[in-house]
Unconditional design. Structure first.
Length: 285
């Protein structure tokens, strides 16, 4: 009898220890490391940026031109986390929005931030249909908005006008421009805005100086003007680009960025930047 009792007690103790081990292991994942991680993914000719905050929040800015983003998120999001707190679609061109459709289908997305601008393509139609099917909250981006992300904050710097429901010829210049602040660290995400919008940002006197710059429009010479770059004054610049027929990135822009630590997703693969609020380190694959 004592042997059976001792055996039962041992089994109960082992079960409790196993549960505690699982809870403790999960807690290690959930607690984070007080570092904010930004991943600029190699998704070909397009943009896909994943941010994970120290509080364990997930933000995705654009999704690239196909479903490659799913494999990328699978590598870097914890396996138990199927929720993305915020998806930002800078503008509805296919190289930014296509992958997001697949993300909406496979992850629980709390809310979407977009300009609400219209676009007459089948891909954009699927995007709108999927949002409706999943009943996801959509907020319209406009300058002045602040998104609180635990100890980090994201500020919307552009667009200035309300574009929801409008058809606009130049979609690049409707891109959501946002700036992320974490402690003394900062990152500027420019979508595909061109020099015209850069000039608008400069004249609006918003704070642009940032440690990290997501270079506009795959490094096209229509973006990243000399004056804009001087004001942003980044320590790191990342060009999201793949094989293309447009000549991206431009030799002119590469020359302009020669004094900045530059990464290109076509050459360096996925680029990860780690911010601890005081310093930054970035590396490619």
């Amino acid at each position: 009898m004592n042997f059976k009792l001792n055996k039962k007690i041992s089994q109960v103790i082992l079960a409790i220890l196993a549960v505690l081990a699982i809870l403790s292991w999960t807690a290690v994942f959930a607690s984070g490391d007080n570092e904010l991680h930004i991943y600029f993914y190699d998704v070909g000719q397009g943009d896909a940026i994943y941010i994970r905050t120290p509080a364990g929040q997930d933000i995705l800015i654009d999704g690239g031109p196909d479903s490659t983003i799913l494999a990328k998120l699978g590598q870097d999001m914890p396996f138990y986390d199927r929720k993305i707190e915020l998806v930002i679609n800078t503008h509805p061109h296919a190289d930014h929005i296509t992958g997001l459709i697949e993300v909406l289908k496979r992850y629980e997305v709390d809310q979407i931030l977009s300009t609400g601008v219209e676009h007459s393509t089948a891909t954009f139609g699927k995007w709108k249909d999927t949002i409706q099917e999943k009943n996801i909250l959509v907020k319209i981006a406009q300058v002045g908005q602040k998104i609180k992300l635990g100890q980090a904050s994201m500020y919307v710097l552009y667009p200035r006008d309300r574009l929801a429901g409008k058809e606009v010829k130049d979609l690049n210049n409707t891109s959501v421009v946002s700036r992320l602040i974490y402690g003394r660290n900062s990152a500027l995400f420019t979508g595909d805005v061109e020099i015209e919008v850069e000039q608008d940002l400069l004249s609006s006197l918003v704070h642009l100086k940032s440690d990290i710059l997501k270079v506009g429009h795959q490094g096209s010479k229509t973006s990243t003007s000399k004056t804009f770059l001087e004001v942003v004054d980044p320590g790191y610049a990342i060009i999201s680009v793949g094989e293309n027929k447009y000549g991206h990135p431009s030799e002119e822009i590469l020359e302009r960025l020669k004094n900045t630590k530059l990464f290109r997703t076509d050459l360096d693969g996925d680029v990860e930047c780690v911010l601890d609020g005081r310093g930054i380190s970035c590396q490619g694959n």
